[in-house]
Design a protein around this ligand. Structure first.
Ligand SMILES: [Fe+2]
Ligand SMILES: [Fe+2]
Length: 235
């Protein structure tokens, strides 16, 4: 018997929220991409945090918006060097500057695109969602609950991959008489000790670090296991 899977092996980069990303995020992503011999890369959004531009209160002792942008941009250049082409999703954090401008009454024509302000190479492109082999890739901020990936797969009526929900990664399958689909949440690769995440300090459910892969049609969440020093244990 020959299975008729598509032959793509997709790496899904989760929320990085630079410059508050985990120190080992790039090495981990590169290792996973190499292990599956990735043919496509999807970035699920929240590549940068823009904490200083948040409409919620932000740390007065943190970086200025300009300094944060500078640090995030440096990280993004390293990400592009390792992954020169990817499709990426619009997300609540990358949209912060547009919401800020909207609230201040500044027309869109005056603003740079995400691709421009992210300093991205030609190989990167952002959209609100992508469809690859009939799987939807979208940031996931339109759903909530314990299994938002399951909910979004259900409402899209097709397999769906999301990020945004840092503490509930995983894969859920749904089926009816005609088809079987999945929802996957790819977690995050943030550094939870950074001041930008102090607002989550007392949350019962902590961020789960890792990324997503879809190998010839089969989705998996790959956890990045951490040692007692908070570094990737490489196990
Ligand atoms: Fe996020
Ligand atoms: Fe998000």
């Amino acid at each position: 018997m020959q299975l008729k899977w598509n032959k793509d092996r997709i790496l899904v980069i989760p929320d990085l929220q630079a410059p508050f990303h985990h120190k080992d995020s790039l090495d981990f992503l590169e290792e996973v991409a190499g292990a599956i011999d990735a043919t496509k890369v999807v970035s699920i959004g929240d590549e940068v945090d823009q904490h200083a531009l948040s409409s919620y209160s932000h740390d007065p002792d943190g970086h200025s918006a300009g300094r944060e942008y500078e640090l995030a941009s440096k990280f993004m250049q390293k990400l592009y060097a390792r992954f020169p082409s990817a499709v990426a999703c619009y997300s609540n954090h990358s949209d912060r500057i547009f919401r800020k401008a909207f609230n201040a009454g500044i027309p869109r024509a005056y603003l740079r695109s995400i691709k421009e302000f992210m300093g991205a190479p030609d190989g990167w492109e952002w959209r609100s969602e992508w469809r690859i082999h009939d799987i939807v890739f979208t940031h996931g901020d339109s759903a909530s609950g314990v299994q938002p990936h399951r909910l979004l797969a259900q409402s899209n009526m097709r397999s769906t991959v999301i990020g945004h929900h840092h503490s509930s990664p995983g894969v859920a399958y749904l089926a009816n008489e005609q088809s079987c689909i999945f929802g996957m949440n790819v977690g995050c690769l943030i550094d939870p000790t950074q001041y930008a995440f102090h607002y989550t300090k007392y949350n019962r459910h902590k961020p789960v670090l890792g990324c997503g892969v879809i190998v010839e049609g089969s989705p998996s969440f790959i956890p990045m296991k951490i040692n007692s020093r908070g570094r990737w244990s490489r196990q």
